[in-house]
Design a protein around this ligand. Structure first.
Ligand SMILES: [Zn+2]
Length: 113
């Protein structure tokens, strides 16, 4: 059962790393609206864009096991027991990885000092 959870954790780490790059390359002073980040759901074919402010992004990213995705995309991970829903707002759902998926996510956290 942990294989599927590990897969889910690893797929989302890939999206998180992409979003770290997006954030680093976007000039916060020049952006008035929200920044288009890529959905961090475990579907590697997903191309959905999720718009977040820098503050929202930072609030999520400060937790090693938290990810955001387009609302509805969390379903398979929740069913697999890999994550639980933390918050839902419009098109955005914030999830927290649990169990093995959480360990994978924490292990690959890009902001570990
Ligand atoms: Zn998605």
């Amino acid at each position: 059962m942990s294989d599927r959870q590990e897969e889910i954790g690893e797929a989302q780490v890939t999206f998180r790393n992409a979003n770290e790059t997006i954030q680093a390359s976007a000039d916060s002073a020049a952006i008035l609206g929200n920044v288009p980040f890529v959905c961090e759901c475990p579907n590697s074919d997903c191309t959905e864009i999720v718009r977040l402010s820098f503050d929202q992004y930072e609030a999520i990213r400060q937790h090693p096991t938290r990810f955001f995705n387009h609302t509805g995309h969390e379903q398979s991970s929740v069913e697999a027991g890999a994550e639980r829903i933390v918050a839902v707002a419009d098109q955005l759902t914030v999830v927290e990885k649990v169990g093995v998926a959480g360990e994978v996510a924490a292990e690959a956290y890009p902001r570990r000092s």
